[in-house]
Design a binder for this molecule. Structure first.
Ligand SMILES: [Zn+2]
Length: 233
């Protein structure tokens, strides 16, 4: 067992900063992050003011099997996940990102793993499809964006993300007007939204996908990455 005298063990989800205003998150922003995380898991989560960490207050059981496992794994992983907000009033980033906290990007892909920071901005629009095949434009919520980023994050803390930002993987879909579209996206984005991948480090763990997590949250399937990347076929 690892004994941590400071109470700040290096195996947590911690609350980060407001990157636009360059300050600690205020109580409303902490609430936003906590409730977005809570929407992904069946466990009851709580924010511990003393150590700035998200903790599991009570184990739960329900329909969000993969999301519950995901949050537990992120809390218990040897690397720290920090969640920042990139919105201050009208100002901020569109979309969300995740990456190496200390700039050691190579460790997200080389099998070593590292600490990861997530930034949550304003939601952007994507296409989704319901169970009858009807396509709609949907604006991503904070929970939706966090769900996506946490799939990258669990692979990053294990050092198992797919390297590079080349738009080399095609996604085929039909848009709201019934036009067939093709979008070329990075492989890591494809794997995060749609793909099947098994961890070598966390032996046999099947990484979640954004769409399987969305299904647990009773949301429609995401069918593309960025509308701006679409090319008419
Ligand atoms: Zn992504």
């Amino acid at each position: 067992m690892f004994i941590d005298p400071t109470g700040m063990s290096k195996e947590d989800i911690e609350i980060g900063r407001n990157e636009v205003a360059n300050r600690k998150l205020n109580s409303n922003e902490i609430k936003t992050v906590l409730s977005a995380l809570q929407n992904i898991t069946d466990d009851k989560l709580t924010f511990n003011k003393k150590n700035n960490r998200i903790e599991i207050k009570e184990f739960g059981k329900g329909d969000k099997k993969e999301g519950t496992e995901l949050i537990r794994k992120l809390i218990n992983n040897q690397n720290t996940v920090t969640i920042n907000i990139n919105i201050d009033g009208k100002y901020g980033m569109v979309g969300a990102t995740s990456g190496a906290t200390n700039g050691d990007v190579e460790n997200t892909t080389n099998g070593r793993g590292t600490d990861i920071s997530i930034s949550l901005g304003f939601g952007h629009e994507i296409y989704t499809m319901d169970s009858k095949g009807k396509v709609s434009v949907e604006k991503l919520s904070t929970t939706d964006m966090l769900t996506h980023e946490l799939v990258h994050t669990i692979a990053q803390v294990n050092g198992e993300t797919s390297p590079g930002f080349n738009n080399n993987t095609p996604v085929y879909y039909t848009d709201v007007n019934g036009n067939a579209q093709i979008e070329m996206i990075p492989k890591e984005e494809y794997l995060t939204i749609f793909g099947e991948r098994i961890s070598k480090k966390d032996k046999g763990y099947q990484y979640p996908t954004e769409n399987r997590l969305r299904r647990e949250q009773k949301k429609n399937k995401r069918i593309n990455y960025l509308k701006t990347k679409q090319i008419k076929r």
